[in-house]
Design a protein around this ligand. Structure first.
Ligand SMILES: NC(=O)c1ccc[n+]([C@@H]2O[C@H](COP(=O)([O-])OP(=O)(O)OC[C@H]3O[C@@H](n4cnc5c(N)ncnc54)[C@H](O)[C@@H]3O)[C@@H](O)[C@H]2O)c1
Length: 274
């Protein structure tokens, strides 16, 4: 269903790799709601993924950028304003990667140059994106910037590894930069803390299958899908949420406030009786 929520709005969407990506679903929904945007991803992801199909479907231009490179970001932002024909109303940062996770190094055995790389990609890049947007003064008043997070920023999920620290940093950047963006440009900055979702990044976490089933059983509404996340993101890009800023917003079917559920208790009781 389309509500025309983003009619006439312009933006940049980072992180659509393939059709499972949260950014992919968001791009499709933004398009349906009348928004126009530039799609961007790391040059290497352009070769691995299928972003061209998404660009065709949504009439979007693609401008590659490594989100850790200020030079790439400066070019991306100025070219986007040109291509879209005006200042921006929304930006989605949907980027995450840990080299320690990818290479199977545990939290207690990190290789610190990998830790630094993962931090730069997953958290530092959010500061860089916002600094470039701020300095180039390309956000319209009442614009909205959203990044995606995960609850391991607050609670322990051992296999989430150094990504937990990256997400805590990301959420802090949203608050800190959000202050300046709100004060100086009337722009909102928030993070959405999303349920586990079967994407390339999600499935890279050890034990993901068990964990996603556990979260499903724990959450009174069940896990939020990538499409659910896209819809929630749209609400934050729309004019209906103008005074929401500096927040980390849980979008997880209720998981974050649960202690235990009947379904999880039942699974343990069944196990004990066998
Ligand atoms: N999947 C989950 O379970 C889950 C849960 C909560 C939050 N998130 C977050 O959602 C966001 C999107 O991830 P996803 O699950 O859609 O997976 P995904 O793998 O589809 O997306 C991750 C994206 O990050 C991009 N990326 C990596 N390095 C980059 C760089 N240097 N420059 C630019 N882009 C780069 C990748 O190319 C990819 O498009 C991430 O921040 C992730 O941590 C995911």
């Amino acid at each position: 269903m389309s509500y025309g929520l983003l009619k006439g709005k312009r933006g940049i969407i980072f992180g659509a790799l393939d059709e499972n990506s949260i950014a992919w679903k968001t791009a499709e929904r933004v398009h349906e709601e009348g928004g126009s945007f530039v799609l961007t991803n790391a040059p290497i992801a352009m070769r691995m993924g299928t972003i061209n199909q998404l660009a065709e479907k949504t009439g979007a231009a693609i401008i590659p950028a490594d989100a850790t490179s200020l030079e790439d970001l400066e070019k991306l932002v100025s070219e986007s304003v040109e291509v879209l024909g005006g200042k921006l109303d929304f930006v989605l940062h949907s980027i995450g990667m840990s080299v320690n996770v990818r290479k199977g190094r545990s939290y207690t055995d990190q290789k610190y140059d990998w830790t630094a790389k993962g931090w730069d990609v997953s958290a530092g890049s959010f500061h860089k994106v916002m600094q470039v947007l701020y300095k180039q003064d390309v956000m319209n008043e009442w614009g909205s910037i959203v990044a995606l997070s995960y609850m391991a920023a607050q609670r322990v999920f051992p296999d989430y590894n150094d990504m937990a620290d990256n997400k805590a940093f990301l959420e802090s950047i949203a608050r800190s930069f959000g202050y300046f963006f709100g004060r100086d440009k009337k722009v909102r900055v928030n993070t959405i803390s999303q349920s586990p979702t079967p994407t390339t990044a999600g499935k890279g976490i050890k034990g993901f299958d068990g964990f996603i089933s556990y979260a499903e059983k724990m959450s009174p509404l069940g896990n939020a899908s990538a499409l659910d996340c896209a819809n929630y993101t749209l609400s934050l890009f729309s004019d209906l949420t103008r005074k929401v800023t500096l927040q980390n917003l849980f979008h997880d079917g209720g998981f974050s406030n649960m202690g235990v559920s009947d379904a999880v208790m039942q699974a343990f009781e069944e196990q004990q009786n066998t």
